[in-house]
Write a protein that binds this ligand. Sequence first.
Ligand code: ASP
Ligand code: MG
Length: 595
Amino acid sequence: MSLIVQKFGGTSVADTEKIRAAARRAIRAQQQGHRVVMVVSAMGKQTDVLLELAAGVCERPPAREMDMLLSTGEQTSVALVAMAIHDLGAKAISLTGGQIGMKTDNSFSKARIRSIDTVRIERLLDEGNIVVAAGFQGIDDDLNITTLGRGGSDTTAVALAAVLGADACEINTDVDGVYTTDPRILPEARRVDVISYDEMLELASLGAGVMHSRSIEFAKKFSVPIHVRSSFGDRDGTMIVAQAESESAAVSGAALTKDEARVTVLGVPDVPGISRTIFAAIAAQKIAVDMVVQNVGEEGKADVSFTVAGNELASTLAAVQSIVDQVGASGVTHDSKVSKVSVVGLGMAKQKAVAAKMFRALADAGVNIHMITTSEIKISALVPRDQATQALRAVHEGFALHERPADAKTWNEIKAETNVEADVNDVVSRLQNDALEALTLTDIAVVGGQARVTLDGVPDRVGVAADMFDEIGRAGIFVDMIVQGYDGEHGSTSVSFTIDEAELEDALKVAKEICDKHAMRNVRSAKGITKLSVSGIGLRSHTQVGTVLFDQLATADINVEMIATSELQVNVVIDSTKANQATERLKTAFADALS
Ligand code: ASP
Ligand code: MG
């Protein structure tokens, strides 16, 4: 008999009428022959109400008591949902996190799941009940109540679906699916039938906000198909699965992070250990760094630029200021009025000139690009904030995201072509190793035989990046990493990209033409470089990956020439003569996490 997990978010149980509607949906699923487990969030804004209450009695509430308090929100809603089901004539039992055997570590307010005991749930289901489980909460070894972090009910739902071997995990919410971009910003956004875990992970981090990132990491790790749909209608929503909707489309979605700030550390000596010192100082303040760009040094000096959330600019500047002397930097600059536009797509990993197309769309809309970073499936550009929406619209239109690709498939079509049976035994055995929420690295990839081209003195004005990468694309050269960052000493920017070594001569020819055409200062290049990529699931929630990587390289005296990070990968470019040593060090450092 098939089993489905149905999660209802706060807006879907916001009042008694909605609670009864949720109950009816679960009963309908049961009548259709499914075993049903519901995972329910606190009603409406109840968690915020509780947080305010706490603030009223205590300036800094103890974390343990906070979790004790917040868990009551979900306890209220599961009891009410179970009562509503009874009233409608079906059987239901509500259970707290502790009662579903949701064991976590003891980091209050951000606990990680260690294991889930399914025996009680299975027995209650066998007896014909709808099981109504409280989302967001668990217990630690001392039976203290813990919570999983804001939005954590998604994680509860996907974790339960994984351990129960559910056929689907339905996320019933106030939106009717995943869109190519936030429809509140661009009404022309298209609802997609299917999106891949990786695209969703990159988009969730970009602020698409439909689901808790950790829940997607779980779903990917345990191959749980997720169905995001509206709780207020019967229409199918979006399936989040391993495959992409279209095989031909380079880009599946675009996103905007409006409130970013750029910080540049100027003129740091280009020697091993500098990135480590800078980012360790920021990490110590628990500030998440987003785009990171290190310019390839000139005359032994490099500039390191990165972005942080706008509201963290002040604390970031303080942290950086404290190490300026220590790293021998010549100064720090910042820009508080920037936004980040990103495009994401599994398809771009195999296609040429995708970046050029994005830069061209921005140029045609008159938008200047301040900074660029790329990863395998994401390209991000930092743009002036007053042009943010215009920039998003330009790339959305540029990649025709409002149109369904001709080869787009529905989940049923994809399912018919692939074997998507999740292996429940595999899930159970991995659980026994306490690995439910551990960091999983899927790969440490080494791509040798690379070359880098750097253009210095790139004028920071509209259309330059578009022109450069159009020319390179026309020459038929496949560009891998692209980084553009500030060149503090000269008020211009510097752009570096990597290519296959065999294409260096051709690339240099084009680069020299571009340099002359735009009166740039200089073209430089290097051969014999290697790209190291650490890929995995959970890089976002396990931020130490970057720290460990920089630390390992610095300790071995290996200089990092280029850096680009994303949700799923940390990429660095180093000298090929050090590649073996670096790989060995990383394999040892990450031995526990490598699957
Ligand atoms: N009630 C919790 C929150 O508001 C958990 C959730 O809704 O997923 O964050
Ligand atoms: Mg919520």
